[in-house]
Ligand binder design. Sequence first.
Ligand code: ADP
Ligand code: MG
Length: 728
Amino acid sequence: MSKLRFEVITAAFGKKAVNVPAATERPSKYYATKVFNREKMFKYLPGEVYAKLVDVIDNGAPMDISIAGAVADGMKMWAIENGATHYTHWFHPLTETTAEKHDAFIEHDGKGGVIEEFSGKLLMQQEPDASSFPNGGIRSTFEARGYSAWDPTSPAFLMDDTLCIPTVFISYTGEALDYKAPLLKSLRAIDKAATDVCRYFDKNVKKVTTYLGWEQEYFLVDEGMLLARPDLLLTGRTLMGHDSAKNQQLEDHYFGSIPERVSAFMRDLEIEAMKMGIPAKTCHNEAAPNQFELAPIYEECNLAVDHNMLIMAIMKDVARRHGFRVLLHEKPFKGVNGSGKHNNWSLGTDTGTLLMAPGKTDKDNLRFITFVVNTLAAIYRHNGLLKASIMSAANSHRLGAAEAPPAIISSFLGSHLSSVLDHLENTTDDVVRILSKRELRLNIPQIPELMIDNTDRNRTSPFAFTGNRFEFRAVGAEANCASAMIALNTAMAEQLTIFKQEVDTLIEEGQTKEDALVTVIRKYIKYSKPIRFDGNGYSQEWREEAARRGLDCEASAPLVFDRYLDPGSVRMFAKMDVMTETELRARNEIKWEMYTKKIQIEGRVIGDLALNHIIPTATKYQSSLLDNIIKMETVLGKEQGDALSVENIATVKEIAFRVSEIKRLVEVLVERRKVANRIKEEREKAIAYHDTVAPMIEEIRTHIDTLEMMVDNELWTLPKYRELLFIV
Ligand code: ADP
Ligand code: MG
């Protein structure tokens, strides 16, 4: 075995679990110790300032600039008492990571020394040197001015020695350069539209909050082994690697006990998450070997998105402490389940009602049906856009890979809810009678049925109803959840707005409120029917059926991004005041550019590895076979020697063929990259990368994976799947 491979495998085997001291206190004691939450605001802010800030956070009251100074003072005092020396505006640029620029809390004191300083102005707004963040042409680089502005609705927190202040990131001309700004706008839009609709059922509702509960899947790989795989290190996925003889067939990992090294990591991660105020609730094994999941209790959507960004960063740090690396790529291993991030999404009122949960009374159930049907209508109208919101170079490997939903958005309701909708659609009874007969009511015996349905949906539906929420399962593990949430919230806000106008019109025309509601609900049950699918989403029949139903079936990522620029999407984002056409265009430029770069890097990496790992190794093995053949001839004579070397001679020839194919294909790949690189428009370039470059990577891989099975294991330099996936 190559020396490096041998060493990293042996080292991985020998690693002991890091000792994570059992938390001496209960989680409730250390929970949120690193967060400037209400408790600390109350302690560190003057009473009046505290009250005003809470009003901003809870009720969306306008930020009163005059309190910023006092808030900054309080934050600084708390941060310094807890060991902070720096502060940063923390934001989510369009690169799917977070960005921060750390400044020390110091200013000259005018007497030759320094004092710790942090003003309201610095809290409110800053100008990061942002020329290197993608902006899709909104800011030309010589006018690289954007600013970050404080988001008081997400609490500041401590990362190591730095006070992090969640912010939006905006260009000087007002366009969003991040995910948070449009997310906040989409949350405002849905609040308004949903509150209006809620008031048909309950006049006391003043505010609707969007909730998000994400489930983060990830792989752990031993750090030493990962470092011996340049493809994993540089692209986040394996570009080559033959299937392990055993992978997930036995499904023994899913229910299996967690190895000690991993459980130490998980315990550490959970404690760190709790300190950050992330209510980590479940950690468990996933379907694939070395694949795991972390899910917190759901939270307000903006906060949940920030917490997900944070947890991805924390995971990476904690993993290193335990000699692991975290893989968040959607498809790190071919032939093994990829990783997603289920986004559980729901709406709730300030009066404590979850709008997508069935209730006890007929009125509750009419409200429940109203919100479910409007959700279906929204995702049906914008199914292509929703797919665009979760699409990326990496996630496209996972979607449709017979483990995750295909690149087609549909919704699973379960047989019970489906039959309720069918009944409502088809009944000739008048509505008030339906209600008085309580046919919409979910009584106890029917609940188990709903549970069974919920197990079904776990397999194939990208957007499943799960009892009191919808679960958007197609989101990628590495993605910023905000992308999916912006599209979903805005589509829902638009649909609720249309719904309300139609109901109001019928009421004005003399219908009762209940009749009007049911009339419009029926219309949207019919309208959204094509999006409802309870069958097997992995099947080929479904792909055909979905195309017949007119659902968006495009699978090429660069073309899927076009859906953002459909007239219906542009109109929707503008009408709901979430994004302008300029912003949408700029964002798409970035999506195409990122797509191209990802494939470009993969193309380079596989080319390098093929030429300096694979071919030399295969040739070495080939030489040893030739050596053996010659020795056989020398000892036994040419005729007999060759006769006994038939197999080896065939292998020598096959290696020669594979090697020359790999060389040829790498040349083709390089050539095609050059052609694509000359294309000026980002969209066309991304399409060229998708259509001409990406397929070469797969072709080259096929030859490499065959060689891996032929060449002497002793000589192979790269850790194999069985090692990457089974050693922890
Ligand atoms: P499963 O793996 O079956 O989908 P989990 O319990 O792992 O279920 O995850 C469920 C996730 O859904 C958790 O993050 C949970 O907090 C979240 N969740 C539960 N109820 C709601 C809700 N009403 N709105 C949003 N998220 C929710
Ligand atoms: Mg789930």
